[in-house]
Design a protein around this ligand. Structure first.
Ligand SMILES: NCC(=O)CCC(=O)O
Length: 332
């Protein structure tokens, strides 16, 4: 619909910008705590937390402290928390068996959160990289990331997460056919209500660097992820991937990274009209924090403005390391 604009001075578009009250009244998009998913890093030990140097303000926490953090997040009204394990190098193998160990860090954290904060939704990550000696999201055979054998491993991983109590499974691996395989296995095992939030349009991005430090995958990774993650130049391909994942049984879809890919968020929402999320990834977080720490940007203001941008682009929610800080500011 094309808005009608009367000729000046009948029309003065500044009229609706004249006061805070009127601006609030006519604002089309807003950010609320309901829009936030908080990604957190889990490590071993007890009552232990350590900062991630390239992500100021972000911690790796032991399972007991993750449960405490989840309780605090729930009290702030944050609807979901997403777990990423920092796996000890001694547990990384070529067969990635730790990924489906019912007692691995992630599965223990799910159970601890469910005890401490049953009302918060727990989302998990499905990809082999935290457990893979090669640092890749899939099995590496003769230098190639093999698809179908990886999907079988991902299914085992997703099932142990669902059995541990995960509400939302987040396959981030970008293998072909994994959504259908995971959905079928979840149905067969009676996990009818477990949701899949597919990382459908995940780009091979250089904005993931600090995350790889946070989960201890930077040193392990040999080569790059360009044969499975998307080429940053592509947009139509993102629509094909989203359509394919929805057809295979995804309940919600994600675009990742966020800020450099807002065009994809908008296209995804307009094309499919399904719950659409963006991941404001570690590099986006790090650059805003670095500029704020240098006094070059107002940290709180750019954080809220960047998150509102996702809403304007059509997203229903955002995975962001800023979640608790944003929730506190929104409540103030
Ligand atoms: N599968 C999860 C990620 O790759 C996160 C990336 C980031 O925050 O940089």
């Amino acid at each position: 619909m094309k808005p009608t604009v009367a000729p000046f001075p009948s029309s003065r578009l500044r009229r609706t910008r004249q006061s805070s009250a009127i601006r609030a009244l006519v604002r089309s998009n807003s950010l609320s705590v309901d829009d936030l998913i908080w990604p957190v890093f889990v490590r071993d030990g007890k009552d232990t937390e350590e900062p991630v140097p390239s992500m100021p303000g972000v911690m790796r926490r032991s399972v007991d402290l993750i449960a405490k953090a989840a309780r605090e997040a729930a009290d702030l009204g944050i609807p979901a928390i997403c777990l990423f394990p920092y796996t000890d190098t001694s547990l990384k193998t070529e067969d990635c068996a730790e990924a489906w160990n019912p007692d691995n860090l992630c599965n223990r954290a799910i159970r601890a959160i469910k005890d401490a904060a049953p009302e918060i939704a727990v989302m998990t990550d499905v990809a082999l990289d935290p457990y893979n000696i090669n640092g890749h999201d899939g099995y590496v055979v003769d230098g190639e990331i093999v698809n179908d054998a990886t999907v079988e491993a991902l299914v085992k991983m997703a099932l142990t997460q669902a059995e541990s109590g995960a509400d939302i499974i987040g396959p981030s691996d970008m293998m072909d056919g994994r959504i259908g395989a995971i959905r079928k296995a979840l149905e067969q095992d009676g996990h009818h209500n477990v949701m899949i939030l597919s990382y459908a349009a995940k780009y091979a991005s250089s904005f993931y660097g600090p995350f790889r430090d946070a989960v201890g995958a930077s040193g392990a990774l040999s080569g790059d992820k360009n044969t499975y993650q998307m080429d940053p130049g592509n947009s139509d391909e993102a629509m094909r991937l989203i359509e394919r994942d929805l057809a295979e049984g995804a309940d919600m879809v994600m675009v990742k990274p966020g800020m450099p890919y807002l065009d994809i968020c908008r296209r995804a929402k307009e094309t499919f009209g399904v719950p659409t999320f963006a991941y404001q990834v570690s590099g986006e977080y790090a650059m805003l924090q670095a500029a704020a720490q240098n006094g070059w940007l107002d940290g709180e203001k750019v954080m809220l403005e960047s998150l509102l941008g996702f809403k304007r682009a059509g997203c229903d929610g955002i995975l962001t390391y800023f979640a608790p800080e944003a929730a506190r500011l929104l409540a103030a």
